[in-house]
Write a protein that binds this ligand. Structure first.
Ligand code: SF4
Length: 329
């Protein structure tokens, strides 16, 4: 399989608005390093789960993948073409080939439009088919995402959260994209509805051969949906590779803590001693060395000064942690 998306040494930074302190002291505006030196490759038809706590840079990375925000350094290629070095017409073409499904199913829809109008609008704006075919295409799309035909005349306020999210997915699929980025697309839903929407993503991925990036803060939500998992902490990928291998034998202490925090189904399951303690530091003041060292139970002296290199810990997984320095191949 060829690579659909290639990211090389990507950096994304945000300059904060000038506050009173900077005005008085004439200091420069502060910079948030949201994505730091991220590299990854996504093959055609592959599903990548991007996990980590809120504010770790997952959403910023996904927007940079689609060329929706400015980058500070690095390169993003979609199907071999540089995403940030395109003419406007090429940018628009990319928008059709790569679509996003958002977190809040209600906020992402126009409250004044019915389901049918919302979906029909996409076919009309992008001129995807002759006008007389639009109603048929809308009906097919609704069926594909499991929306019954009688919902066509309802507005978002008359739908459940799960139904709204199905409309959001249908709208993204209308342009027949190759890449679908789902940004925390189930986190606002009830647990039982989450499972239904995850199954829908799985079905669509298999039926349409979609390449998918699935963003979540809960590793338990993504591991059975994705072939590859990338774990992010404060803007960096700390572990990446085969989803099964990472879930069964996580290497990085942060990944171990995330998995330890997944609720166990068995009533007598032992409590995991690796539960993640404290909040991540502010990305404004990144700790020296390994950014995870203030929370890591295995932190050593070397972790406070030197950022760990990315080691090829096994054939299936790469990990960035000094614990595996000697295992580099
Ligand atoms: Fe912990 Fe050190 Fe590994 Fe960072 S590099 S995760 S501080 S052991």
């Amino acid at each position: 399989m060829s690579a659909l998306l290639e990211i090389e040494n990507l950096h994304v930074q945000f300059r904060l608005p000038q506050g009173l302190t900077e005005l008085v002291t004439r200091k420069p505006r502060r910079i948030v390093k949201a994505v730091n030196d991220v590299s990854l490759t996504l093959k055609q038809g592959e599903t990548l789960g991007l996990v980590g706590e809120s504010g770790c840079g997952k959403t910023t990375l996904s927007r940079a993948m689609l060329g929706l925000i400015e980058i500070a350094a690095g390169r993003v290629r979609f199907d071999g073409d540089d995403v940030f070095n395109r003419r406007r017409t090429e940018q628009l073409a990319l928008r059709r080939r790569a679509q996003m499904v958002f977190q809040d199913p209600y906020a992402s829809l126009n409250p004044k439009l019915t389901v049918g109008q919302t979906l029909a609008e996409v076919f009309k704006v992008h001129r995807l088919c002759p006008l007389h075919q639009v109603p048929t295409r809308v009906a097919e799309l609704m069926e594909r995402v499991g929306l019954s035909p009688e919902l066509e005349d309802r507005r978002p306020g008359e739908l459940s959260g799960g139904q709204c999210q199905r409309v959001g997915i249908a709208r993204a699929l209308a342009v027949n994209p190759e890449l679908l980025v789902a940004d925390e697309s189930v986190s606002a839903l009830d647990v039982s509805i989450q499972a239904q929407i995850l199954n829908l993503f799985l079905k669509l991925q298999q039926e349409m051969g979609l390449t998918m990036v699935f963003i979540a803060h809960d590793l338990g939500v993504v591991w059975h949906l994705c072939q590859t998992i990338a774990v992010m902490y404060l803007g960096r990928i700390v572990e990446i590779g085969d989803a099964e291998a990472i879930f069964r034998t996580p290497k990085h202490p942060y990944t171990q803590a995330l998995i330890g925090a997944i609720p166990q189904m068995q009533a007598d399951a032992a409590l995991n001693a690796n539960l993640l303690a404290g909040e991540p530091p502010s990305p404004l003041y990144l700790p020296s060395g390994c950014a995870f060292h203030p929370r890591c139970p295995h932190a050593m002296e070397v972790c406070r000064s030197g950022a760990p290199p990315v080691s090829h810990n096994t054939r299936l997984v790469k990990v960035s942690c000094h614990l595996y320095d000697k295992e580099k191949r």
